[in-house]
Write a protein that binds this ligand. Structure first.
Ligand code: FAD
Length: 347
C-alpha cells in the first residue's frame, strides 16, 4: 500500500493538539452499545488531547435505550458523559431526525469533533449533519495521526491517503470499525460512573416530511453479525444458485461464522445485498476469511483484504484471490465444501 502525503504547502497552521471535546454518535441494540460504535469511542479516545472529554449520544425510545446508557456510563472508561435523547422520533434510524438531533446537541455542546462508525447508519446520518453544519466530513478514517490529520483509503483501498482537515469546527469523522478493534480492556467496568443527562428536546422540531419509516427486516438465522464476526465464509458467482449457496450457509453454521457474498452472487439473487462484501458492500477484517468461488476482483478485495488469515478455494490456479490468500486450494468447491462439512465436528 502506498501512502499519499499532502505536500507541506497544503498543510494549514492548525496545531496538532486541540482544546476540545468529542461527541460520539452511537448505535445501540438490546441494551448495549453496538460494537461498531465502541470502535468509534476508541477512535475518539485516541485523538491526542489529554484534557478533552468524550460524550456519547444515544437516542431512541423505551427501556433498552436507558439500559444501554447506564451500561455505557459504567463500563467504558473513555466516556465522561452520556447524553440520552428519548423520543419516538429516533426509534428508527432515519437520517433526517437524527442529523437534526446531533445538530441540536452540537449547538449546545460546541464539540471540536463528532465521530460515528462508518456503518450504514453513520454513512446515512453524518453527511446530512455535515451539510447542516456547513462542513466537510472526513469519511472512512482508518488511522488518526493527530487531531486534524487522518488516514483513509482511496482507489478501492489500493492506496492510503493522509489528509489534513483544515475546515471549520467541528471536525466530523466516520471511522472504519475494522481499523479500531475493540478489546475487552476498553469495555471493562470502571469505578467512576460517567454522568447521564437527558437531551432537552423541547425545541426539537420533528419535521419528518422527507422520509418515512416503512419496515425493517432482519435475517432470521442466529448467525453472527457480518461486520464483527471472527470468521466469515464468502461465496461467489461460482455457487450458481440460491439453492446451492446453502452450502456456504451450512459451512458458516458449522464454523459459527457469518455469511458473506460477492457482488456477482448478490446481483445473481443468491443472497440479499446486505451480505455483499467489498467496495460497495461491507468492510470486514475477521480473524479468518474463507472465500469459495471468488475470483478476487479489486472491488471485492477492498472489503476483505485486511482479514488476518485468508483462505481461498478456486478451480482456477491463476485466480487473483490467490495473490492475497494465506492458504489456497485449487479445487472444485462443490467437492471441497461437502468434504469439509463431513469432516468438521458439529458446533
Ligand atoms: P467471478 O469474477 O465470476 O469469479 C468466479 C470465480 O469462481 C472464478 O475465479 C472461477 O474460477 C471460480 N469458480 C468457478 N467455478 C468454480 C468451482 N466449481 N469451484 C471453485 N471455484 C470456481 N464486487 C464485490 O464482490 N463487492 C463489491 O463491493 C463490488 N463493488 C463493485 C463496484 C464497482 C463500481 C464495480 C464496477 C464492480 C464491483 N464489484 C464488486 C464487482 C467485481 O468487479 C466483480 O465482478 C465481482 O467481485 C466478481 O464476483 P465473483 O468473484 O463472485 O465472480
Amino acid at each position: 500500500k502506498r501512502t499519499v502525503l499532502f505536500p507541506p504547502f497544503l498543510r494549514s497552521s492548525i496545531s496538532s493538539s486541540r482544546n476540545g471535546s468529542t461527541l460520539v454518535v452511537a448505535e445501540h441494540e438490546n441494551g448495549t452499545i453496538k460494537s461498531a460504535s465502541l470502535s468509534a469511542l476508541l477512535a475518539a479516545a485516541s485523538l491526542p488531547d489529554k484534557d478533552s472529554s468524550v460524550s456519547l449520544l444515544l437516542a431512541g425510545s423505551g427501556p433498552s435505550l436507558h439500559e444501554a446508557a447506564s451500561h455505557a456510563a459504567s463500563s467504558h472508561p473513555s466516556i465522561s458523559q452520556v447524553l440520552v435523547a428519548d423520543s419516538e422520533a429516533f426509534k428508527n434510524p432515519l437520517a433526517e431526525p437524527w442529523a437534526k438531533l446531533v445538530h441540536l446537541v452540537q449547538q449546545r455542546g460546541d464539540y471540536s469533533h463528532i465521530i460515528a462508525a462508518s456503518s450504514s447508519f453513520g454513512k446515512n446520518v453524518m453527511p446530512r449533519l455535515a451539510a447542516l453544519l456547513d462542513v466537510s466530513p472526513v469519511t472512512d478514517v482508518t488511522g488518526i495521526s493527530d487531531s486534524h490529520t487522518f488516514v483513509r483509503p482511496i482507489y478501492a483501498g489500493n492506496a492510503l491517503s493522509t489528509v489534513r482537515y483544515t475546515g471549520a469546527s467541528p471536525c466530523i469523522l466516520t471511522i472504519r470499525s475494522t481499523s479500531f478493534p475493540v478489546s475487552q480492556k476498553s469495555v471493562d467496568s470502571k469505578s467512576d460512573k460517567a454522568s447521564i443527562s437527558q437531551v432537552d428536546l423541547s425545541t426539537f422540531n420533528e419535521d419528518l416530511d422527507k422520509s418515512r419509516f416503512v419496515s425493517q427486516t432482519s435475517r432470521d438465522d442466529e448467525g453472527p453479525d457480518l461486520g464483527s464476526a471472527r470468521v466469515v465464509v464468502t461465496g461467489g458467482r461460482a455457487l450458481k444458485s440460491a439453492e446451492k449457496f446453502k452450502l456456504i450457509e451450512d459451512l458458516a453454521k458449522k464454523l459459527g461464522a457469518a455469511v458473506g457474498a460477492t457482488r456477482a452472487a448478490v446481483d445473481a439473487g443468491f443472497v440479499a445485498n446486505d451480505l455483499q462484501i467489498g467496495q460497495t458492500g461491507k468492510i470486514v477484517a475477521p480473524e479468518l476469511y474463507l472465500a469459495f468461488g471468488v475470483s478476487g476482483a479489486i472491488q471485492h478485495l477492498a472489503g476483505m483484504r485486511d482479514s488476518k488469515v485468508i483462505v481461498a478455494v478456486n478451480n482456477d490456479a491463476d485466480a487473483p484471490i490467490f495473490q492475497v490468500a494465506d492458504y489456497g486450494l485449487v479445487g472444485d468447491l462443490f467437492e471441497v465444501i461437502p468434504e469439509l462439512l463431513k469432516k468438521l465436528p458439529e458446533k
